[in-house]
Design a protein around this ligand. Structure first.
Ligand code: CP
Length: 326
C-alpha cells in the first residue's frame, strides 16, 4: 500500500511533448525531467564558489509569489531566484492580501494575472488547491507548488536531491534516513517520491508510531522505531521538525523526551558512516529533533541546501517559462 494518495498525474504538469508546464508534485515527474532540472540548476551556480549567475531567462516576465502559510527559506529563495533571472516580481502573504476581507484565492490569482503575472508560486495549506488553480483557474499560466499542506513540497525535494548528489553522488549507492514527523511532512512525502524515482539503495524512515505508520514500508522503504538501528551505516541523514500546527492532538507531549528518543546528537551520528551528511529542510528546532553541535558541525550541509535551493528554483522557473502560452 502506498500511504500517499495519488492525486497528481504526469499530464497535469507536462506539455504534450513532455516539457515542464507546472511543477505541482514530484509524483508524475519522469526521471529524465528531474535530471534535466538538476542539469539546468548547474548552469546557474559556480561549482567552486557557489556564486549564482545572473541570467535574463525571465526578462519581461512577471512572477507572483503567494504565500498563504509562513515561510523563511522557500519564499526568499524563490524571490532571489526570480531576481537573478531578471523577472518582475511581487510577493503577497496572507496578512497583506485581501484574503482577510473575504476575497477567494481564485479572485486573487485572476486579478494578478490581469496585471500581467504569468508565473505563480503558491504555498497553500489546503491540499489539491494548487493543482485546481493550475488546471482550472490559470491553465495558460505556470503554477509552482511551494508547499501544500502535508502532501507535497517539490522544489524542496529537488534541492535536497541536488545537495545529496553534490556531496555523495549517485543515489543507487546510498542509504538515506529520514527521522521524525513523517506523517505531517510534505517534505518527507516529496522526498520519498524523488528518492524512489532516483533508485536510492535504501530509504529508512525513523519515528514513533504516532508520526510514522508501518504502511510506508515496501521493498525500498523500511520503517524503524529505534533511531540507533535506523541510522546505522547511513550515508545521508535528514531530520525533520515536529509539525505541531498540523496535528489534531498533541502527539508529542514532551520535547525533552522526544529528543532522548529521536533527536540526532553527536553520539548517535557516529553510528552512521563516518562521511555521512546531515540535512534539515528547516525550520529547525534545536534540542528537539537535532542537537546544536550536529546542526553546526562538520557533517552538516544544512546551509548548503539553502544556497542550492536558489539554483534549483532558478532552473524550475527557467524551464516553465519556456512552455508559457503567452
Ligand atoms: N523548507 C521550508 O519549506 O522552509 P520554509 O517554511 O521556511 O519555507
Amino acid at each position: 500500500m502506498n500511504i500517499i494518495d495519488r492525486v497528481y498525474a504526469m499530464s497535469e504538469q507536462l506539455t504534450p511533448n513532455g516539457k515542464l508546464k507546472h511543477l505541482l508534485s514530484i509524483e508524475g515527474l519522469p526521471r529524465d525531467l528531474i535530471e534535466e532540472i538538476l542539469l539546468r540548476a548547474d548552469t546557474f551556480i559556480d561549482s567552486q564558489t557557489n556564486a549564482l549567475n545572473k541570467s535574463y531567462d525571465l526578462k519581461d516576465i512577471s512572477v507572483a509569489n503567494l504565500f498563504y502559510e509562513m515561510s523563511t527559506r522557500t519564499r526568499t529563495t524563490f524571490e532571489l531566484a526570480e531576481k537573478r533571472l531578471s523577472a518582475d516580481i511581487l510577493t503577497l502573504g496572507i496578512s497583506d492580501s485581501s484574503t482577510g476581507k473575504g476575497e477567494s484565492i481564485d479572485d486573487t490569482v485572476l486579478n494578478l494575472h490581469a496585471m500581467g503575472c504569468d508565473i505563480f508560486v503558491i504555498r497553500q495549506s489546503q491540499e489539491t488547491e494548487i493543482k485546481r488553480i493550475a488546471t482550472e483557474v490559470l491553465p495558460n499560466c505556470a503554477v509552482i507548488n511551494a508547499g501544500d499542506g502535508t502532501r507535497a513540497h517539490p522544489t524542496q525535494a529537488l534541492l535536497d536531491l541536488y545537495t545529496i548528489r553534490h556531496f555523495k553522488g549517485d543515489l543507487s549507492n546510498l542509504n538515506i534516513a529520514i527521522i521524525g514527523d513523517i506523517h505531517h511532512s510534505r517534505v518527507a512525502h516529496s522526498e520519498l517520491e524523488i528518492f524512489k524515482t532516483m533508485s536510492a539503495k535504501s530509504i529508512r524512515l525513523i519515528g514513533s508510531e504516532h508520526l510514522l505508520s508501518d504502511d510506508y514500508a515496501n521493498e525500498q522503504v523500511s520503517v524503524h522505531r529505534n533511531i540507533d538501528e535506523g541510522i546505522k551505516d547511513c550515508d545521508v541523514i535528514i531530520t525533520l521538525r515536529i509539525q505541531k500546527e498540523r496535528m489534531e492532538s498533541d502527539l508529542v507531549p514532551n520535547e525533552d523526551e522526544y529528543f532522548k528518543l529521536y533527536g540526532l546528537n553527536a553520539e548517535r551520528l557516529t553510528l552512521a558512516k563516518p562521511d555521512a551528511i546531515v540535512m534539515h529542510p528547516g525550520p529547525m528546532n534545536r534540542g528537539v529533533e537535532i542537537a546544536s553541535d550536529v546542526a553546526d558541525g562538520p557533517q552538516s550541509v544544512i546551509l548548503n541546501q539553502v544556497c542550492f535551493g536558489i539554483a534549483v528554483r532558478m532552473a524550475v522557473l527557467s524551464m516553465v517559462t519556456e512552455t508559457l502560452n503567452r
